[in-house]
Write a protein that binds this ligand. Structure first.
Ligand SMILES: [Zn+2]
Length: 145
């Protein structure tokens, strides 16, 4: 069986690039979580258009997630969702990407490690969809589009 020699390198590069992008997204999210968020933020052309954030808790793939749903109360519309970073199920601390050469995630409190695949796009998508489902169950009359 002969595989072109460049294919694994391309996959590796794509994997590294994807991880860097995810890490940056998660870092931005983690930093925004630390700062105090106002309950409602006025945006748009006029001050009447208000958006709000709603956070839920989901346990999936053996970790905790705290996805955020951004919505417009006046338009009764879901605007966007963010899956957030995975959290340790034991400590509820945000996991970080391992820095010791091992691929994957690690809990800063209890040092438990988790597989790199924890934050695959398919899982993040599943978390976002679950968050919207939770939101719609608790906010009758809201729509996603
Ligand atoms: Zn932990």
């Amino acid at each position: 069986m002969t595989l072109p020699a460049h294919v694994p390198a391309v996959w590796l590069a794509a994997s590294v690039a994807a991880n860097v992008i995810l890490f940056l997204l998660f870092t931005v999210f983690a930093l925004s979580r630390k700062s105090e968020r106002p309950a409602a933020v006025a945006v748009g052309r006029d001050a009447e258009e208000v958006i709000d954030n709603w956070e839920t808790r989901i346990e999936r793939v053996d970790v905790l997630w705290f996805p955020t749903v951004t919505f417009s109360p006046s338009a009764k519309r879901v605007l966007k969702t963010a899956p957030g970073v995975p959290h340790c199920k034991n400590c509820a601390r945000a996991l970080s990407l391992s820095k010791d050469g091992n691929k994957g995630w690690v809990c800063p409190a209890c040092s438990q490690s988790f597989p790199e695949t924890l934050a695959d796009v398919s899982i993040l998508d599943m978390i976002s969809k679950q968050a919207v489902k939770h939101f719609l169950e608790r906010h009758p009359g809201f729509q996603t589009k």
